[in-house]
Design a protein around this ligand. Sequence first.
Ligand SMILES: Nc1ncnc2c1ncn2[C@@H]1O[C@H](COP(=O)(O)OP(=O)(O)OP(=O)(O)O)[C@@H](O)[C@H]1O
Length: 285
Amino acid sequence: MTDVSSVSANVSPGSADASSVSANMSSVSANMIEVSGLTKAFSGGTLAVGGLDLTFEAGRRHAVIGPNGAGKTTLLNLIAGELRPTAGRIRYNGRDVTRTSRVKRSRLGIARTFQQPTVWSTLSVADNIALAAWPHSKVRGKWRRGRYRTLSEYCERYLETAGITALADRPAGALAHGERRMLDIGMALAAEPRVLLLDEPAAGLTDQGVERLLTAMRALPQEVTVIVVEHDFAFVSAVADTVTVLQDGKLLATGTPTEIAADAAVRTAYLGESGVVPDAVEEVV
Ligand SMILES: Nc1ncnc2c1ncn2[C@@H]1O[C@H](COP(=O)(O)OP(=O)(O)OP(=O)(O)O)[C@@H](O)[C@H]1O
C-alpha cells in the first residue's frame, strides 16, 4: 500500500522558503552527520539505540549493517527526524538538529527512502518527480513558463539518474516493485539532498534491479553523503567505503568492507543471530 505521508511533508507548493535552498549550497563540514550519546527507548522497554557515538563523513558512502532488530532503521529515523531521541544529540553539517522537525531537516538537505517505496500511485512517474522537486528547487513562486521549463529539466535529470526515463508517463501505481523503488530514489534525489538515507534499497530487487540500483548509486554526485542500511553484504561491498555494524543498538565495529568482512566479532554476531550476512561475507573474505 502506498504511504505518501513521508513525502507529502516535502511537497506543499510554496511551503519552503529561499533559505532552504541556500542552506543546501552553503559551506560543508567534514563530518556531515555526528551523533553523540544517541539513545532511543520505545515504550515497552525496548532500547533500540543505546548511547551511539558515530560520525558520517561528508561525501562518503556509508553502510549500516547488523542483525535484525539491531537498531538500523531506528538510527535512520532519528537522523531524518521521524523519531525524537530519548537522549543524545544529532548534528548535521555542524548544526545541532536534535530538535529540528523532519520537514525542516528535509529542507536543509536530508532526504530518505523507506523500506516500502513511497509514491503517489495515481500520478505519472514524471509528476511524482516534479512534486518531489518542487519545494526544494528554485522553481517555486509564480507559475511562469520559464519556471515550468526549469521543472521539466529537473524531471528529465532525475528520471535519467534513476534510470526510469522510459517510464515517465506511466502511472506510478502500475510500476513493478523494482521500478517503484527506483522512482522513490529518483524522488529523494530530486530534492537535491546533501545527505541521502536509503533503507534497504536492494530488498526485493531482481539481479537486474540490483544492477540498475548500483548504476544509479554510482552516478550520484560525489558531494552527496550516502548512508545506506542494507543486509546484502555483497551490495554493501559494491557501494560503501565505510561500514558501521550495529548490534542491540550499539556500535559493534566500523571499517572498510574488507576490514568488516574479516572482523571476528562481526562474523560471530551474524552467525549467532541472523545468518543473513555470513554467506555474503564469505564471498568477500
Ligand atoms: N515503533 C516501535 N515501537 C516499539 N519498538 C520498536 C519500534 N520500532 C522498532 N522497535 C524495536 O526496536 C528494535 C530495533 O528495531 P529496528 O527496526 O531499528 O531494527 P533494524 O536493525 O532496522 O531491524 P531489521 O533489519 O529487521 O529492519 C527492535 O527490537 C524493534 O522491535
